[in-house]
Design a binder for this molecule. Structure first.
Ligand SMILES: Cc1cc2nc3c(=O)[nH]c(=O)nc-3n(C[C@H](O)[C@H](O)[C@H](O)COP(=O)(O)OP(=O)(O)OC[C@H]3O[C@@H](n4cnc5c(N)ncnc54)[C@H](O)[C@@H]3O)c2cc1C
Ligand code: FES
Length: 282
């Protein structure tokens, strides 16, 4: 059992939790993820390691409540425990030798992008962060990004905070104003990553994406997380989650990401009714 030592609501649908996991905290690196089960009968869900404190022995997760398991997790509080917490899994983000990087985050993808920006910044790399949200109320980790970046550009779709527009608008402006990046690292919704990659390809800038397909075991055995990268089948859990964004078949990944929508909706409705104490015979 793994204790929740801190819980903080970052916006109405996104929650941060610190979990006591000293062995994992010792080894965790940005870009890696964990798999947890809330309780003994729970579904296994992958979440990125958003931060870690090797001294305190804690690992931070930041999750958006989107369905049954994240809803259940969000009902736990400080002092409660999650049943399983396995990791660190996956390959850490490659940061060696990078001198100037644009880190682009979209929505809850910023939780994955933030520890990478922080590590690059701590290594002395110049970091320009571009973060995008639908609206002001959904903005997360702004102060954290500010501290981990040489320049921060906040974009909102409706202009209610930062600049009005998409992350691709801000990134295009930066590139066209003469900024030269060794690499762009982009994490967010599949459609956003696809369009950032189309943009950076025009300018010949290496671009790394973090892919989050459905995962089951997280150890390369089930094939659930398979993707096509450079015409070859790759498993996001062991070969990634980071990949060369110019090689990823985004259209296939987008089509596969919707495969279980019906089941997920039904499961979420049942969980919501359970927490509301409503009997569901349906
Ligand atoms: C490597 C990795 C890192 C991730 N990191 C984060 C993170 O830091 N914060 C965050 O909010 N989310 C993250 N996700 C997505 C997170 O795992 C899903 O939101 C979660 O599994 C949803 O479960 P649910 O039962 O609440 O929702 P459901 O209703 O079951 O699903 C909602 C959506 O979540 C995705 N999903 C569902 N089950 C899985 C699964 N087993 N594996 C992957 N995706 C799934 C699907 O796109 C689905 O449409 C990550 C996914 C991966 C693969
Ligand atoms: S999650 Fe099973 S192979 Fe990747």
């Amino acid at each position: 059992m793994f204790e929740i030592t801190r819980k903080k609501e970052l916006n109405p649908t996104v929650t941060l939790m610190d979990i006591k996991a000293p062995y994992m905290a010792k080894k965790a690196e940005p870009g890696q993820f964990i798999i947890l089960r809330v309780d003994e009968d729970g579904e296994r869900i992958p979440l990125t390691i958003a931060d870690f404190d090797r001294e305190a022995g804690t690992v931070t997760i930041i999750f958006q409540v989107v369905g049954a398991t994240t809803e259940k997790l969000n009902h736990l509080n400080e002092g409660d425990c999650v049943h399983d917490f396995v990791g660190p899994l996956g390959v850490a983000t490659e940061t060696e030798g990078l001198k100037k990087v644009a880190v682009v985050g979209g929505g809850v993808g910023c939780a994955i992008a933030y520890p990478i920006a922080k590590k690059l910044h701590n290594n002395g790399c110049v970091v320009h962060s571009v973060v995008g949200f639908r609206t002001k109320d959904l903005v997360i980790l702004e102060d954290e990004f500010k501290a981990a970046s040489d320049a921060l550009y906040v974009m909102t779709d409706d202009g209610s905070h930062g600049e009005k527009g998409l992350v691709t608008d801000a990134l295009k402006n930066l590139i066209e104003s003469g900024e030269k990046y060794d690499e762009v690292i982009v994490i967010g919704p599949l459609v956003m990553m696809k369009f950032v990659c189309l943009l950076t390809k025009q300018y010949g800038i290496k671009t790394v994406v973090s892919m989050n397909p459905v995962m089951v075991d997280g150890t390369g055995m089930c094939g659930g997380c398979r993707l096509t990268v450079g015409g070859k089948t790759k498993f996001a859990c062991v070969d990634g989650p980071d990949f060369d964004g110019h090689e990823v078949d985004f259209d296939e990944a987008i089509a596969r990401s919707g495969m279980y929508k019906g089941f997920e909706r039904k499961c979420h409705e049942d969980t919501c009714n359970l927490f509301k104490g409503v009997r569901n015979d349906g």
